[in-house]
Write a protein that binds this ligand. Structure first.
Ligand SMILES: *Cc1c(COP(=O)(O)O)cnc(C)c1O
Length: 418
């Protein structure tokens, strides 16, 4: 029995069934490649779902973890640690927020944001303002898997089996300003958005919709919460995706790549919002450990020192251009979109999307399909043009073999400007 088959059988018997995994056993990583138990190297455009932004050989991250783990891993939030304030200092500068709270996962960061919003509305009511407890979230949103965050998550499959979920959430049609206006009132304590939806299919908000959400929230004292767990930390070429827009949120959440693969999240907010929490109202055993904070500081240092956000922008533009050329050639591609290294190709069929992922995996390229028809690319920030070329060539080959709808090959050159 192969190692993989052994593990498959054991998991089948021992684990609660929450994942349908691909039959691959990764045992190591190097640069932008994952390596399986037989030594095959896979070009990685998933990065552990947007987590491994520096790839798999970052000495900066490895050294930060090694050094801090030898000194102190965790001593609880009853005491001060050396790394939390320095990390908070960096993050408030990068996000334009005033204060931070540290957790361990994206969903926890969202829970903290939702609790801040309810507590903040309570404070405003005490001060004589009229404001309710409702939340508005968006069609196709994804905010996590705990009760609060599934309540803000659009797809029914995440919520229905666990009902009743937290009451008071309503969904607004994506980028539909009229619907937003119709559903907003003084009952609402916060509007929760992703500047670029991730799981929902790499869908950016329009500036107009984002600005309207800000304006409506300001009109009542409601909060604008922007979930940057997937789009943040430099993935779109700016530290936060909302920085592409002229909008400042009241609360924002970061997680996925924040600590170079170590679980960590941050909920950041303005001084006004932070008034809503006092000691004892919220907390966590693990959050903000010196280990996670040291890894996060190392991640930020590296992104800044190497000008990685510029590289993300440049490589993302090149990648997007190549995908547009591919779309000119293959009519099964109905849309190409995204920003920086958060990119997507929307297909005209869910079967084709599924098939693309398994076929590219056979060619040792890891991609992902989200929202049924959307091939999503979240490569490490250190991705190079040669990696883009390799990916696009494999996609081209796949579409040619599997759709038979390639338009005359001569179109390829001129399509580069499309
Ligand atoms: C992944 C994700 C989450 C949930 O993060 P977890 O670490 O899986 O809990 C929340 N919001 C967005 C936008 C995400 O992409």
């Amino acid at each position: 029995m192969s190692k993989l088959a052994e593990i498959q059988a054991a998991e089948q018997r021992l684990l609660i069934h929450t994942y349908d995994r691909f039959p691959v056993l990764f045992v190591a990583g190097e640069d932008v490649y994952l390596i399986d138990d037989e030594g095959n190297r896979y070009l990685d455009l998933l990065s552990g779902i947007g987590v491994n932004a520096l790839g798999y050989s970052s000495k900066t991250i490895q050294n930060a973890i090694a050094e801090q783990s030898c000194k102190l891993i965790n001593a609880s939030n009853y005491f001060f640690n050396e790394k939390m304030a320095p990390l908070a200092e960096r993050l408030v500068q990068l996000t334009g927020m005033d204060r931070a709270y540290f957790g361990n996962s994206g969903t926890e960061a969202v829970e903290a944001a939702l609790k801040l919003a309810r507590a903040h509305a309570g404070l405003l009511r005490e001060e004589g303002r009229t404001i309710g407890t409702k939340f508005l979230a968006l069609e196709q949103s994804f905010h996590g898997r705990t009760f609060g965050s599934i309540s803000a998550t659009y797809k029914e499959k995440y919520r229905l089996p666990f009902g009743p979920v937290v009451p008071g959430f309503e969904f607004v049609n994506f980028n539909d300003i009229e619907d937003l206006r119709a559903k907003f009132s003084s009952d609402v304590c916060a509007i929760l958005l992703e500047a670029v939806q991730g799981e929902g299919g790499v869908r950016p908000l329009t500036s107009e919709f984002f600005a309207e959400a800000r304006k409506l929230a300001d009109s009542t004292g409601a909060l604008l919460i922007v979930d940057e767990i997937q789009a943040g930390c430099g993935r779109t070429g700016k530290w936060c995706a909302y920085q592409h827009y002229d909008v400042k949120p009241d609360v924002t959440t970061l997680a996925k790549p924040l600590a170079g693969g170590i679980p960590m999240s941050a909920t950041l907010c303005t001084n006004e919002v932070a008034r809503a929490f006092h000691a004892g109202m919220h907390g966590t055993t693990f959050g903000g450990s010196p280990l996670a904070c040291a890894a996060a500081i190392a991640f930020i240092d590296y992104v800044e020192k190497e000008n990685l956000m510029e590289h993300v922008t440049e490589t993302g533009e090149y990648f997007q251009q190549q995908l547009r050329a591919l779309a000119q050639k293959h009519t099964c591609i109905v849309n190409v979109r995204g920003k920086g290294l958060m990119l997507a190709v929307e297909l005209d069929s869910a079967d084709l999307g599924k098939c693309a992922v398994t076929e590219l995996l056979k060619k040792h390229i890891v991609i992902n399909c989200t929202s049924d028809t959307v091939l999503r690319f979240l490569p490490p920030f250190i991705f190079q043009h040669e990696h883009v070329d390799q990916t696009v060539a494999a996609l081209d080959e796949f579409f040619t073999e599997n759709t038979g709808v390639a338009v005359a090959a001569g179109k390829k050159g001129e399509a580069a400007h499309g």
